[in-house]
Unconditional design. Structure first.
Length: 133
């Protein structure tokens, strides 16, 4: 069952946070780690105000590099007119929250991988420069 993966997956996400450079990214990692297995979607969405507000404070303006994540962070806290239909098998609030979580997880993993590769290349370049001396 997937329940055995809860703790390792959360630990992996939190470890990815050490590779993040910006404060809003680190806050996003903490929020995703806390809410990865949350079942209170409307209340959990409020936590995503933290990285959103930090991003607004830190980035100052939208650019092509941060625009996608700005709108991805905005989506769970926007109270769009999405209501659950009575007797429906699929909750639209649940679907929106899950889509946001997938976007955040992919962003965290890709961003951490990118930062780790960048750090390894930088270390390798420094090591080669010292070897040439």
């Amino acid at each position: 069952s997937f329940a055995k993966l809860n703790l390792p997956m959360t630990a992996f996400i939190l470890l990815c946070g050490f590779a993040m450079k910006k404060r809003w990214e680190k806050i996003l990692v903490c929020c995703v780690g806390m809410l990865l297995y949350s079942f209170q979607y409307p209340y959990a969405a409020i936590f995503f105000l933290l990285p959103l507000l930090s991003m607004i404070h830190e980035e100052q303006e939208l650019s092509p590099q941060n625009a996608f994540m700005f709108f991805a962070l905005l989506l769970p806290v926007l109270w769009l007119p999405i209501m659950d239909v009575e007797g429906s098998e699929l909750s639209l609030i649940y679907a929106r929250f899950q889509i946001c979580m997938i976007i955040y997880l992919l962003y965290i993993i890709i961003r951490a991988f990118k930062e780790i590769v960048h750090l390894c290349l930088k270390t390798l370049k420094l090591f080669n420069a010292r070897a040439d001396l």
